[in-house]
Design a protein around this ligand. Structure first.
Ligand SMILES: NC(=O)c1ccc[n+]([C@@H]2O[C@H](COP(=O)([O-])OP(=O)(O)OC[C@H]3O[C@@H](n4cnc5c(N)ncnc54)[C@H](OP(=O)(O)O)[C@@H]3O)[C@@H](O)[C@H]2O)c1
Length: 328
């Protein structure tokens, strides 16, 4: 019989609600414990979502000997310390993106996982989504030839709140780590690690970046442009311009996932996917499949990918002049 894994949720905020719903749909996941900085919040979240235990400190959650795996859903600035805490208590960790604020911290998290021989994965959404898998299939078939150029974007307009993690520099605020990470994931997935990076950002009242454009340059002249912003609202997507045609991969406000394949000289073909849920259960299932196999990292989201991702984000920040004080 398949092992059931006892999940702990660390930091029961907005994203934790979505992930808890994902866990309910994941086979072999037991909603076990919640850890918050505030015991009342932990209790309310546990009761609302059906977790058996709750703790008023993250340390108590990490020390519970029954917990198998902890999902970290705090602001970006907190991931580093909390991941180390969980790994040192020998808990498998699924930590939200961005993995941390800079490459040095992410490298230490990876080293700590290896030192403790414990599973670690960044909670990246795209690799498990149907539109992303279909894009890989189409590109892998060779019908489009090489990708020559790509443009990838994610923007939406959140309510302005200077203390919210999106606008608060001390919490890793700015569009880049929150949503710009997705266009960068596209570029790394489809073209790899760039040779050169140039970026420009627009900053808001708190000093946090609110809009950014970056150009990533690859060998043989391939280019990717990436855009993220809290000042426009155009959803998430990616145009891949290839030798023999184009492919657009996007998710609109209706949450439907669309691919438009346009081969030169042929009619456009559209594929639409309507996943039954946001799809976070796929990330949880990936973690449990890896634990079943005693893997220490996920083949779908390897730690080398996370290391390359944060390194690229660091280069974009350096070019655009985005600084996280005391954490660069
Ligand atoms: N994968 C996705 O699709 C997706 C979507 C949205 C967000 N995310 C990621 O999920 C993470 C959390 O985002 P969120 O919007 O859920 O954040 P949030 O609601 O602002 O905060 C989450 C929780 O973090 C805890 N926390 C710990 N230290 C904190 C501090 N110094 N300031 C504020 N809160 C602190 C708080 O819980 P307690 O105080 O109760 O412990 C808070 O409720 C981020 O990494 C974000 O990028 C991912």
């Amino acid at each position: 019989m398949a092992k059931r894994y006892k999940w702990g949720i660390l930091a029961p905020g907005r994203m934790a609600v979505k992930f808890a719903n994902g866990l309910k749909a994941a086979e072999n996941a037991e909603l076990y414990a919640v850890g918050s900085r505030d015991e009342g919040r932990a209790k309310r979240f546990a009761e609302e979502h059906g977790f058996r235990k709750y703790y008023g400190t993250y340390e108590d959650l990490a020390r519970d000997p029954e917990v198998d795996v902890i999902y970290i859903a705090s602001p970006h600035s907190e991931h580093y310390e909390q991941t180390l805490l969980c790994l040192r208590n020998k808990k498998a960790v699924l930590c939200e993106k961005a993995f941390s604020l800079n490459g040095r911290e992410v490298n230490e998290m990876i080293e700590e996982a290896r030192r403790n021989d414990v599973f670690l994965m960044e909670a990246l959404w795209p690799p498990f989504q149907p539109f992303y898998k279909k894009a890989h299939e189409i590109l892998g078939s060779g019908i489009l030839g090489d990708i020559i150029n790509m443009h990838s974007w994610f923007s939406f307009i959140p309510p302005y709140d200077p203390v919210d993690r999106k606008f608060n520099i001390s919490l890793g605020g700015g569009s880049l780590l929150d949503i710009g990470i997705y266009p960068v994931i596209d570029a790394l997935t489809f073209l790899g690690i760039p040779d050169e990076v140039k970026a420009y950002a627009a900053f808001g009242q708190t000093g946090s970046e609110e809009s950014i454009n970056a150009i990533l340059k690859y060998p043989s002249g391939k280019l990717a442009s990436v855009y993220s912003s809290f000042r426009t609202n155009n959803g998430i997507g990616c145009d891949l311009f290839c030798e023999k045609g184009n492919l657009t991969v996007s998710r609109g406000r209706d949450m439907n996932q669309r691919l438009i394949l346009e081969l030169h000289g042929k009619e456009k073909e559209t594929f639409v996917f309507t996943p039954p849920a946001l799809g976070y259960h796929w990330e949880a299932e990936e973690v449990m499949n890896c634990l079943d196999k005693q893997l220490k990292e996920s083949p779908a989201v390897p730690l080398s990918f996370s290391a390359g991702l944060i390194k690229t984000l660091d280069r974009i920040r350096a070019s655009a002049g985005i600084v996280f004080p005391g954490r660069d």
